[in-house]
Design a protein around this ligand. Sequence first.
Ligand SMILES: [Zn+2]
Length: 315
Amino acid sequence: MGMERIRFGLGLGWIAATLVFAAGARAEDCGSGVHIQLSAPETAQGTLLLAEVRSVKPLASITGKWGERDVPFWKEDASRKTESSEDVRRALLGVDLEKPAGKYSFTADAQLASGKRVSCAVSIGVEEGHFAKESLTVKQQFVEPNPEQEARAKAEQQRLLEIYNTVTPERLWDGPFRMPLVGDFKGSNFGKRRILNGQPRSPHGGTDFPAPSGTPVHASQRGRVVLAEELFFSGNTVVVDHGLGIYTFYCHFSEIDAKVGDIVDAGTVIGKVGATGRVTGPHLHWALEVERARVSALDIVKLLNRESRPVAAGH
Ligand SMILES: [Zn+2]
């Protein structure tokens, strides 16, 4: 019975992984037995894409270039493969929520074990996201902070940028990313253009989950806690580094249950929902940064929601 359950699970994974690459995506031939494929050739601001490179012959190295950033690939675990002995590499590409709409190119440069170099380029169409506008009223200090508060908020913003600019070369996670709350909580507001107390502010970079204070918040995947403290705007905040430039950010906690340096697993409780910082009521604000791009955190749950086994779609 145990075996059957395992087999059933793998079957579902196969279907889900096939779906990730199904809609309009086809593999581009890069020559020398190397192909590249994107989860979607057209996308919108604030979304996440999965790129996959498959090579008949083993690869010695591969790096991607997406805008100004070098994008690290990871190697899919060979033990999961049953169909082929191809070398499969994957990478996540974040389309920032304010990236101007247009045509972009993603390139991957690979070197075969034989020393031969292969270069692949795929074009990605980005369209404007359909983000709502909203006007909110919050405590005046969060819209017009006094000089001391402003200096504090600026310094905290700078620290966050430094964290996000650091690309930990190892992938610290394996398997699917999960939702941070257990239960039927709905997340919304990602990308919303905001007017606070009548003044335009930067777009909302996370997804908000209204939930009762005290609701446990779980790490979405394995990683290292790189920030765990009270910040001016976000209140009690935890940031988890998952490696490869991928960070999840959780805030407004009533209580932080993690400390810097902790290695957390998918599901580890890192804090409790609260209403600290710039809020109108208790909720979890959950955000995802991938290579400095602010993208919807829900996308990583959708894209890597199963044993994402490599698929042969498009061949
Ligand atoms: Zn929020």
